[in-house]
Design a protein. Structure first.
Lengths: 406, 409
């Protein structure tokens, strides 16, 4: 694998990882924007805007866009989070120039008012869909509770009210500020010629004008509040816990992700043995999420409503033990082995490499090979993991619970 | 696409199939046995779910904790499942640990401990998951649709029923699965980086002396009702639909794929265009083809706010009907490109290939080369799709709704 990098004069960054034996290529536009970059008045605009990009440009209708992607046999999608909006596609290597052209065109959308008004219905349906999925709803609300007034607590889809009240001009203004070339990274993996690819992108995107874009970065440890929401229509008790962790820029993020695995992987973790294996809870998972200048460890647990207190007592015991006695060499090694094999499986396909490649650049302007990540994971020590728990005190968490009797 | 299929058959009939992939460092393998929910006795709904969990709670010299720790230490991503027709165990891992992993899996299959004290947690987890379905109406509606659509006994609820789960016993479950593991019908597949000789040697050593039980595939009984509604106070009405189609071994298989692709192959598919893009009636809508060995259907899902549910349903039905009025050359071309791309992308994934090979052999008795599939896709014409639709007009649907409002199907 070979890494290539180029920055256009307008600030647009291109990166590529060449895999000469692949039959496919995957590429994506990484926009450094998400719900944390929104104000309350435009809550949900990043995600709504992501939908609107598929509505076409001044010269492409939405039908033409959809037909073009499908005509390339592209496996494509987009997602919006708290701090990134990513548009990606995997195609047979021969179609890479076509899909690159299509995404480049879509990055300068028409944002027509009639499309905006019709798509509002789809967004409202999506918000309604998440209301019927307590496993998502509880995490969304817990994040807001944990981050309080910090922008990382902003809801990604927004609310019924914010979406209904939004005007197309507010979206256009947001677009102008956030989709500037200097706030974008184009990443590509697979079997392709980087020089040809980059001159093609330059031709398509080189004329875009840079704009000053900002993001307020501040670290916040979380509110550590506790809240219960009673919802009689639910059958199960859903719990989300959040505690502070390290950021994407912090080299200790590998240790944090191993800690998440030791405590909350779907097999063999402390949660697994104490909650899932004895059937006290059917789901109990934990993962560390490293973000821009901030981080959090999330747990999601689902159990019978009558078991809620027992679950919280057990979780309290796990955190107490991990803080007082630390993790063992054996469990760290098992977590490493699981992460390493996940990496090997993910790396089979160019698409499996794309998001890691793009995010490493977005957050740290660095290229990390698969070997770099493997080495970083291997070098984590018990001491590294234990000093994280000592510093961040995961047992002192924010908690949101939702259930029929909560 | 260069491809090779490694094949070997043990004396007891067990089939070993492998597809080497040069550029990967990983490997996936799959054991498939014809011991699905349809083969179990009546009154045991959910037994498959319990057994799939229980079987991983200790094998050979290792108890529950030792087995899990050993699997985790080898970095094995594993799955065990009982579907309508099969019991399967699968694994994906770094290639270097392949033989050690196969040995562990042989223990799980041949020497499961099935300890009495590990049975109750498995049953409780199944009961919890069943109860948890109430909080996941999107998932639940499709399970109910399948149960209502497939003929008996292929319609058994895979998640089980409370009554049946509570009546299961460790002894009953142990006998139920062990009497159905017919090694003469076992299929083992592997894809990725592996040494085929070492794979065969390991399997020979562990499985060659095991024999068959002569398990038979059950025939078809009745199907369920045409429409059921399950009231809840959710934000959306979740609609599941399913209509009959020829099964995977049928000559018209590729025409079905093309027709479903025109309907729902991507964002230019007719369902996405008409239901979501033009009318804004939903966020999620899609149809897919699902086949068992001798029965199959096209299923469809959408979720929509109560006041729009009827219109969403009507538009979906209209689009299924309208297919028969003809598809365009452009639609067919997009369908073919989409299907071919998916094929090549799957050829880069060890998991997709090992389960694909297993499915082919179980359902067709042979493995289709990717090149053969590509040629068959090329040969689809507007007329061949039309002929298929004239014979299978997608007119009769099994329908299930969950939500605050009924529809008129």
């Amino acid at each position: 694998m070979q890494f290539k990098h180029k920055q256009l004069q307008n600030g647009l960054t291109l990166i590529g990882e060449i895999q000469p034996h692949a039959q496919t290529a995957a590429m994506g536009f990484f926009v450094r924007t998400g719900s944390r970059d929104e104000t309350a008045a435009i809550s949900g605009v990043s995600h709504f805007l992501e939908h609107m990009l598929f509505k076409g440009t001044e010269t492409l209708s939405w039908q033409q866009v959809n037909e073009a992607f499908d005509g390339l046999g592209a496996s494509f999608n987009a997602f919006t989070g708290e701090e990134n909006t990513v548009y990606f596609a995997a195609v047979l290597a021969e179609y890479l120039p076509d899909v690159a052209k299509l995404w480049s065109q879509l990055m300068r959308p028409a944002l027509r008012e009639e499309d905006f008004n019709l798509e509002k219905n789809v967004i409202l349906e999506e918000i309604a869909m998440y209301k019927d999925m307590p496993q998502f709803d509880v995490v969304d609300q817990a994040r807001t509770l944990h981050f309080g007034s910090h922008p990382c607590g902003n809801s990604v889809p927004g609310t019924d009210e914010s979406i209904k009240a939004m005007a197309v001009q507010q979206m256009r203004d947001y677009f102008t500020k956030r989709y500037a070339p200097n706030n974008l990274v184009v990443a590509c993996c697979g079997n392709f010629d980087f020089d040809v690819f980059s001159s093609h992108i330059e031709q398509l995107c080189g004329g875009w004008q840079p704009v000053q874009t900002d993001r307020t970065i501040s670290y916040f440890e979380g509110t550590r509040q506790k809240k219960s929401i009673r919802k009689e229509s639910l059958a199960r008790h859903h719990i989300c816990l959040l505690s502070p962790s390290v950021s994407m820029q912090d080299p200790r993020r590998f240790a944090a992700s191993l800690l998440g695995m030791i405590l909350g992987d779907s097999t063999g973790s402390r949660y697994f043995w104490s909650l899932v294996d004895p059937a006290i809870a059917e789901v109990a998972s934990m993962q560390a999420e490293a973000m821009d200048g901030i981080g959090a460890i999330y747990s999601y647990i689902c159990c019978e409503p009558t078991a809620a207190q027992k679950v919280m007592d057990i979780v309290g015991g796990i955190f107490k033990d991990i803080t007082e006695n630390g993790v063992s060499e054996k469990e760290l090694q098992a977590a490493k082995n699981k992460v390493l094999s996940t990496l090997a499986i993910k790396s089979e396909q160019p698409m499996g490499r794309l998001l890691g490649l793009g995010f490493n650049w977005v957050y740290s302007q660095e290229y990390r090979t698969l070997a770099d990540d493997i080495a970083a994971i291997r070098s984590v020590t018990v001491q590294d993991v234990n000093s994280l728990t000592a510093e961040f005190q995961p047992g002192d968490f924010t908690c949101l619970a939702m259930g029929p009797t909560a | 696409m260069k491809e090779r299929l490694d094949q070997y058959r043990l004396n007891n009939g067990m089939v070993i199939l492998g597809e080497p992939m040069d550029e990967v460092e990983s490997v996936s393998f799959h054991f498939l046995l014809p011991a699905g929910n349809a083969s179990f006795p009546d009154g045991c709904c959910g037994a498959g779910k319990v057994i799939a969990d229980w079987i991983l709670r200790g094998a050979g010299i290792r108890n529950n904790r030792q087995l899990t720790e050993t699997l985790d230490n080898l970095g094995i991503h594993r799955g065990s499942a009982v579907t309508e027709e099969h019991f399967s165990l699968s694994a994906s891992l770094e290639a270097g640990n392949m033989i050690a992993a196969m040995d562990l899996f042989a223990d799980i299959l041949i020497r499961p401990r099935f300890d009495d004290d590990q049975f109750e947690p498995s049953r409780q987890l199944a009961l919890h998951e069943l109860a948890g379905l109430e909080d996941d109406p999107q998932h639940k509606v499709m399970l109910l649709t399948k149960e209502q659509f497939y003929p008996y006994p292929y319609n058994r609820p895979a998640e089980g029923t409370v009554e049946d789960l509570q009546a299961l016993t460790p002894q009953g479950c142990r006998e139920m699965i062990q009497s159905r593991l017919d090694w003469s019908q076992c299929i083992f597949t592997v894809a990725g980086k592996y040494d085929f000789q070492a794979v065969c040697d390991t399997l020979e050593k562990r499985f060659a002396a095991l024999s068959g039980t002569g398990i038979q595939r059950p025939g078809f009984g009745d199907r369920g009702q045409r429409y059921t509604h399950h009231a809840n106070e959710g934000a959306q009405v979740h609609i599941g639909m399913m209509t009959t189609a020829p099964s995977i071994g049928d000559d018209r298989y590729y025409d079905i794929l093309a027709a479903v692709s025109v309907l729902s192959g991507g964002m230019s598919g007719r369902l996405f265009t008409e239901v979501r893009e033009k009318r804004g009636l939903c966020y999620a809508v899609g149809a897919r083809y699902q086949s068992l060995k001798n029965t199959a259907g096209v299923s469809c899902y959408t979720g929509t706010m109560p006041d729009k549910a009827q219109e969403a349903y009507d538009v979906i039905r209209q689009e299924f009907r309208r297919l028969r009025q003809g598809i365009t050359e452009e639609e067919l071309q997009r369908a073919k490109i989409g299907l071919k791309s998916k094929l090549i992308m799957q050829s880069e994934s060890t998991q997709a290939r090992s389960s694909g090979i297993a499915g082919d052999f179980a359902y067709l008795g042979r493995v289709r080369a990717l090149d053969e599939i590509r040629r068959r896709l090329e040969k689809i014409t507007i007329q061949s799709v039309q002929d298929f639709l004239d014979a299978n007009p997608f007119e009769n649907f099994t329908v299930v709704t969950i939500g605050p409002k009924k529809i008129q199907p």
